[in-house]
Write a protein that binds this ligand. Structure first.
Ligand SMILES: [Zn+2]
Length: 368
């Protein structure tokens, strides 16, 4: 992001409690102080302090009250979805799809345009900026910034499209974050498309996807990992580049120079008009990932998956049932993303929301 606010230890504790309360509230149901105290493992007095802070900032509001016998009625609280919003942009090698989302990650408006990578970086930045400006006119609430999800590999710290066999040639080394920041004068965050998608799915379903893998089948095959509640980046920001793991020795030649990569096998099967084989390739990849990192949820998304979702889900469930037959304790649920074409754009918007109001990973103490 453009500017990082200086925060002391006490600010961090307060921020962590605010984030934890917002995560409970994002589940949708109005909540009472006692329920929040239970969920956050702090006293009801501490909850009052946190609520006061969030209500003052317009993030939470009272939502009526109820009586369960004699005494004071219990006040309920809920999140204010329209208090904040963020823009998310999903860039592919042929088009740009943008959304503006509210504080809960719900899409308020969308806008799409075509992109030609051959035109290079200035044209790319121009298209991103124009779409962001168009979307900034929609929806209520304070606009927090712009998230960009693009094909990898991407360095999210520097906001740079990295140089690799799978990166788009004309964009290699482009400092997308800094260039867009200069155009827009608002915070900008850039990340790998599948990571953005997983952040978005987790944001809208707090707690459900703490150990999960999201597999994205768009123009290529990618994945993102969230383990013990944390999105994994890896030493070179390439964690989850599962498309280039080999599933067939001596198989189909791949862009990366090897043979039998999951991505090459998957795309070849689709090109041959064999979605069932493609689904089995995807299922093999997913089972390998589940075996490697031990997750309990697998989320599938991307245009190729949506186009063949029945056969894909079937192959995946069968592969997991077969592959984990001897593992009584391992239960893995397969979910299809419900966001459709908005998956990555909404995810990129949620990354901005998460940056501002997400749970910090550092250990925090009790609210004083
Ligand atoms: Zn490869």
């Amino acid at each position: 992001m453009s500017a990082v606010r200086p925060t002391g230890p006490l600010d961090r504790v307060a921020g962590a409690h605010d984030a934890a309360l917002l995560a409970v509230a994002r589940r949708g149901e109005p909540v009472a102080r006692a329920g929040l105290a239970d969920a956050l493992q702090v006293t009801p007095q501490a909850i009052s302090k946190i609520l006061t802070r969030l209500i003052d900032r317009g993030l939470m509001e009272e939502a009526g009250s109820f009586s369960s016998g004699p005494g004071k009625p219990t006040t309920l609280y809920r999140i204010v979805p329209g208090s904040r919003r963020a823009i998310g942009l999903h860039l592919t090698r042929s088009r740009l799809h943008g959304v503006v989302a509210d504080l809960t990650g719900r899409v308020l408006e969308r806008h799409s345009t075509e992109v030609d990578p051959a035109l290079g970086v200035p044209a790319l930045i121009d298209a991103l900026a124009r779409t962001a400006r168009e979307l900034s006119r929609h929806g209520p609430g304070e606009l927090l910034g712009v998230g960009v999800g693009m094909p990898g590999p991407v360095d999210p710290v520097g906001g740079v499209h990295l140089v690799s066999s799978s990166s788009t040639e004309a964009w290699r080394g482009a400092s997308v974050r800094d260039l867009l920041l200069a155009e827009l004068d608002m915070p900008v965050l850039v990340d790998h498309d599948s990571r953005a998608a997983l952040v978005g799915e987790s944001w809208s379903q707090p707690g459900l996807l703490d150990n999960s893998v999201l597999v994205l089948a768009e123009e290529g095959l990618g994945a993102a990992l969230r383990l013990d509640g944390t999105i994994v980046h890896g030493a070179h920001s390439r964690a989850g580049e599962a498309g280039h793991t080999v599933v067939r020795m001596g198989g189909t030649p791949c862009d990366c120079g090897r043979r039998g990569c999951a991505q090459a096998e998957y795309l070849q099967a689709l090109q041959d008009g064999d979605p069932e084989l493609a689904a089995r390739v995807l299922a093999t990849l997913v089972l390998n990932l589940v075996r490697l990192v031990d997750v309990d949820r697998v989320v599938l998304g991307g245009r190729s998956v949506y186009a063949h979702h029945r056969v894909t889900m079937g192959a995946l469930r069968e592969a997991l049932a077969q592959g984990l037959r001897e593992e009584d304790q391992m239960h893995v649920e397969v979910l299809l993303s419900t966001r459709g074409v908005d998956l990555i754009a909404a995810g990129a918007a949620c990354e901005v929301l998460e940056h501002e109001y997400g749970l910090p990973t550092a250990l925090v103490g009790p609210e004083r």
